[in-house]
Design a protein around this ligand. Structure first.
Ligand SMILES: Nc1nc2c(ncn2[C@@H]2O[C@H](COP(=O)(O)OP(=O)(O)OP(=O)(O)O)[C@@H](O)[C@H]2O)c(=O)[nH]1
Ligand SMILES: [Mg+2]
Length: 495
């Protein structure tokens, strides 16, 4: 009897041990197979990065609470379990302030999140039931760790500088500053430069003043004229470099007229010597460093583009967006001839372009929005060969601020949107909400790059809307196609 019970205990013990071991093995296996994705979100200032990340996080952590993610397979198939915020990976990178953003959107008097000025990070841990991958044999529950990075698209505008000498960059910038729409505003700055002997010994004070003037011009180009090509990008979005001398340089156009030898041998303390060394330092310590420390670890990239604001501002603003997009795209130009792949070895495998703020137009305009963004992207296709990178384009609204419907006008049905008007001082951070509710047809979006006749008869009327007023923190934000965003970016990692 004693022997039988001993055997029994042993058998029980053995089973326990086996189960324990199996559990440990499963844990080990699932840890080995746990997925990790580093998602980078970029776009020029005001393109909608903060709203996008806030909505993406909000949709995932509140899944099940009013979520409309029907095109996101893990939710549609019921394999999504839950998502939560966990401490981010890099403690030296500022935290993405989700709480401030969601508080602004869900306040009694709702408002858009404040503009941000640099890089930030946030980590989500997403639990799901593996159904198709090898993981299903090991565990009932797997984790996808998602690192999200927000960084200014302006920083990507600097990539082309890496292949330019200070002389070449000066010339190119000068060409831009002497053409409409920048020429008029640049006149007085360029006149001051014309009085300086580039080889004379530099006054640091004058150099600092002129750098400030150049920076002020860049702010005006961006926020008053609505232009997109701002170089160097850090001058208006310095991040942690605000006030550092590395940001105190500017283009010096007179260089074309000085002798090549004199330029090469210009002493370090001459005007041109000092400008040149700051330019070189900027390329090394700022541009190259950003690509090395951040860009190279991104797995998937979302590029947000607000095409509607430049369309509303007019031809020059739109043409500048075209140029900026082609500069930004150089960072994803992975073909063998691409500048980027010659300098670095990126690993991005999915690239999503989103035309943001789609709730500003009536739904049938979303297809033209996508077509327009595709043209902006593909006009550069002859230099770009996206080897091994999957690309998608979507028209989205991260936080939908309007409702759409149909209205009668002169006996005919016309599509309209309705929302609460917002008066906004772009770029300065201050926003003011008007209570006025309006119903409008904002106009048609051209489905290709607008030609001369479009600008002559342009009736597009972009209206800034306030966020809807009945949003709450623990419910999902209303959106357009954020589920398709999640499907493209994450679904293949959650099978
Ligand atoms: N209606 C609507 N407006 C949006 C949406 N996303 C952004 N906006 C508007 O665009 C503005 C800029 O959005 P942000 O998310 O702050 O843009 P950002 O790219 O983070 O801007 P910076 O931090 O300045 O670089 C907001 O203040 C809103 O007015 C959207 O989905 N719908
Ligand atoms: Mg932001």
């Amino acid at each position: 009897m004693a022997l039988i019970s001993k055997l029994f205990i042993n058998k029980r013990g053995l089973d326990k041990l086996k189960n324990n071991l199996k559990g440990k093995a499963n844990e080990l296996l699932s840890r080995t197979f746990d997925q990790h994705v580093t998602l980078a979100v970029t776009g020029l200032s005001r393109s909608g990065k903060t709203a996008f990340i806030t909505s993406l996080v909000n949709q995932l952590i509140n899944e099940g609470n009013g979520t409309k993610l029907s095109f996101f397979d893990p939710v549609h198939n019921g394999t999504f379990i839950a998502a939560k915020r966990v401490p981010q990976k890099h403690f030296h990178v500022p935290r993405f302030d989700y709480d401030a953003a969601i508080s602004a959107l869900t306040a009694e008097q709702p408002n858009w999140p404040e503009p941000t000025h640099g890089i930030s990070e946030l980590r989500l841990s997403i639990r799901y039931q593996p159904k198709s991958s090898i993981l299903k044999y090991a565990t009932d529950m797997a984790t996808l760790t998602l690192d999200i990075t927000d960084y200014p698209g302006e920083w990507l505008l600097d990539l082309p500088m890496l292949k330019q000498t200070y002389q070449q960059w000066s010339q190119q910038t000068y060409d831009l500053m002497t053409r409409a729409p920048r020429a008029e505003l640049s006149k007085s700055f360029l006149a001051k430069l014309a009085l300086i002997d580039p080889l004379a010994s530099a006054s640091e004070e004058l150099l600092g003043e002129l750098a400030q003037e150049y920076t002020a011009l860049l702010y005006t180009f961006r926020y008053d004229l609505g232009l997109s090509v701002i170089q160097p990008g850090r001058f208006i979005l310095p991040g942690e470099l605000a006030g550092a001398p590395i940001l105190e340089f500017f283009p010096f156009p007179a260089l074309a007229s000085i002798d090549g030898n004199a330029y090469q041998n210009a002493p370090d303390d001459s005007f041109v010597g000092m400008l040149r060394s700051r330019y070189l330092e900027y390329k090394e310590q700022v541009v190259r460093k950003f690509y090395r420390e951040h860009f190279l670890r991104f797995d998937r990239q979302i590029v947000l583009a607000d095409c509607l604001t430049p369309l509303n501002k007019g031809r020059e603003s739109f043409a500048d967006l075209e140029l900026a997009m082609s500069m930004i795209l150089q960072s994803y130009s992975y073909g063998k001839s691409g500048l980027f792949s010659r300098l670095f070895s990126p690993k991005i495998d999915k690239l999503l372009f989103c035309a943001t703020k789609a709730d500003h137009v009536t739904p049938e305009q979303h297809a033209p929005m996508v077509a327009l963004l595709n043209q902006l992207i593909h006009q550069n296709k002859h230099h770009i060969s996206y080897e091994a990178v999957q690309i998608k384009t979507l028209a989205i609204a991260a936080v939908k601020a309007t409702t759409s419907g149909v209205s009668k006008y002169k006996g005919a049905d016309i599509p309209v949107i309705q929302g609460q008007r917002l008066a906004q001082r772009e770029g300065k951070g201050a926003t003011e909400v008007f209570g006025q509710k309006i119903t409008v047809f904002p106009g048609a979006v051209p489905n290709q790059l607008p030609q001369e006749n479009y600008w002559r008869s342009n009736t597009f009327n972009f209206i800034a809307f306030a966020p809807l007023s009945d949003l709450t923190k623990h419910q999902c934000l209303p959106h357009i196609r954020m589920d398709q965003v999640l499907q493209f970016l994450l679904a293949d990692k959650m099978i």
